[in-house]
Design a protein around this ligand. Structure first.
Ligand code: 6GU
Length: 239
């Protein structure tokens, strides 16, 4: 998977993505992340990329031409028209299903806005997907792009080890993850739940599923509708 990030702050992308699992995946050749500095495509000698909005109003807008030229540099390099994701609070809210869908692509372009936004005309020409990461406002699209790249990368073959890619994680089955414990057996007078020390695999699995269901009912009851619960499990929640 090749990510191409069009941004005014390329260092933020490079510094933010070269550690841990994503860093390892890049070193291993499973992922590539290219940060394209939109300012390099400014068409004036002061490298200015913003201007006032027609009709007035607060703040500045990113101009169409530098954004277009930055996009075009990617299209020329890869030789086809890729999906282009514009990060905006006006977009469709990102979820795991969308991460899986985007992970099928060979190249993905992320367009990161700043200031009050980007001239609509270039968005019309190049953007294929408008995506938000939730109902709150951020100062720019870089953090949302990094959030998306992280979750999309996890779906790319080779990025996670077998151990890391556990199908039992939150959202893979619409239930929240169960609590986990490691050594020591007692910490700050808190004991590890005895069932986990019993060595009885079926009882451990039953306890974990029960914990997942209780947690989901407590913190994300909206997810239960999608969860595949037995009648007995539904009755246990109601008690
Ligand atoms: Cl994608 N961009 C910005 N600026 N703010 C956001 C967002 C995106 N998603 C949630 N808030």
């Amino acid at each position: 998977m090749n990510f191409h990030v069009l941004t005014l702050f390329p260092d933020m992308i490079r510094d933010g993505m070269n550690t841990s699992i994503i860093g390892r995946a890049m070193a291993g050749g499973f992922l590539d992340i290219e940060a394209v500095n939109i300012r390099d495509y400014a068409f004036n000698k002061h490298q200015k990329v913003d201007d006032y909005p027609y009709g007035g109003g607060a703040g500045m807008l990113m101009q169409a031409e530098p954004v277009y030229l930055a996009y075009e540099s990617v299209e020329k390099k890869i030789g086809y028209q890729p999906r282009v994701i514009y990060l905006t609070p006006q977009g469709k809210v990102f979820n795991q299903e969308m991460a899986k869908d985007f992970a099928e692509e060979k190249d993905l372009v992320f367009l990161c806005g700043h200031y009050e936004g980007i001239d609509e005309r270039v968005l019309e020409e190049i953007v294929t997907d408008y995506v938000s990461i939730g109902d709150y406002v951020l100062t720019g699209g870089e953090l949302p792009a990094m959030v998306m790249m992280d979750s999309i990368s996890r779906m790319v073959p080779g990025v996670l080890t077998n151990q890391e890619s556990g199908e039992t994680e939150s959202f893979s089955g619409s239930l929240l993850e169960y609590p986990q414990y490691s050594r020591p057996e007692i910490w700050h007078e808190k004991k590890v739940p005895p069932v986990l020390l019993s060595g009885h695999h079926a009882n451990v699995e039953a306890w974990r599923r029960e914990q997942s269901i209780y947690r989901t009912a407590r913190w994300r009851p909206d997810l239960l509708k999608k969860a595949d619960l037995s009648n007995k499990e539904w009755n246990q929640i109601r008690q």
